[in-house]
Design a protein around this ligand. Structure first.
Ligand SMILES: C[S@@+](CC[C@H](N)C(=O)[O-])C[C@H]1O[C@@H](n2cnc3c(N)ncnc32)[C@H](O)[C@@H]1O
Length: 223
């Protein structure tokens, strides 16, 4: 991975994640256990109080999102996609995808996030599953994900601006030969015509976050 990737998991962030969550199996992917929260809004408010700031991003790291759950399910059912390969889980959130890749026998797994609490959560979640995932507070999206052989992204097409950065990033990764796989539960900004569907899953989701109990979620391969 690029030399600028630096792991940063300060003890206060680890303590905050531990205190705000409970370690439990992920619905639909029970092979993976994560530190997860029950109440997104309450945790969001708690996070802003803890940081002494308002306008922070939601605590994405405290939940496994449908896209990540679907990619994780797909990997665990098809471990040959990542076994023995170098994997990047970009926009990793809780790290559910990276942990699943590591459980499937990936040679090494890197997780990139721009939220320090997510980096802390990924570290705790990797440890809880007995695997190694190198999590870093870094925005790699202007690059091409090198040298990862496989670039994985769960649920990154939910905002127009984010999608406008992630699509070219994923295309650069694919153009240099990486396998690029994303999971998406029908978000508005996924350009479906650029992808090939690998599988559909009916993923149970947190009703407070998604306004429904189940979301049909597709695992796509770029190109
Ligand atoms: C909906 S969550 C998905 C998390 C995880 N992949 C999953 O499926 O559960 C999107 C995540 O993208 C992260 N993110 C947004 N822009 C990013 C960037 N440029 N680089 C890395 N992470 C980013 C956010 O912090 C957030 O945790």
């Amino acid at each position: 991975m690029p030399s600028e990737l630096r792991t940063l998991q300060p003890e206060p962030d680890l303590a905050f994640v531990r205190s705000a969550t409970e370690l439990k199996p992920v619905p639909f992917v029970p092979e993976v256990r994560l530190h997860m929260a029950e109440d997104a809004i309450a945790l969001w408010e708690t996070t802003e109080r803890a940081r002494g700031e308002v306008g922070l991003p939601p605590p994405f790291w405290a939940f496994a999102w449908a896209g990540g759950v679907a990619v994780s399910r797909h990997l665990l059912d098809h471990p040959e996609l990542v076994a023995g390969r170098t994997v990047l889980d970009v926009a990793a959130g809780s790290g559910v995808v990276g942990v699943a890749a590591a459980l499937c026998g990936a040679r090494s797994v890197y997780a990139a996030e721009i939220d320090a609490y997510a980096v802390a959560a990924i570290g705790l979640n990797a440890r809880a599953n007995g695997v190694r995932v190198e999590a870093a507070l870094v925005d790699l999206v202007d690059g091409d994900g090198a040298p990862a052989d496989v670039v994985l992204a769960g649920d990154v097409f939910y905002e127009r601006e984010m999608a406008a950065r992630f699509l070219p990033f994923l295309e650069r990764a694919a153009a240099r030969g990486a396998t690029v796989v994303v999971g998406d539960p029908g978000r508005a900004y996924l350009p479906r015509d650029r992808f090939t569907a690998l599988a559909d899953y009916r993923v149970p989701v947190v009703a407070d976050l998604e306004d429904t109990a189940v979301k049909t979620t597709t695992v796509w391969r770029l190109g």
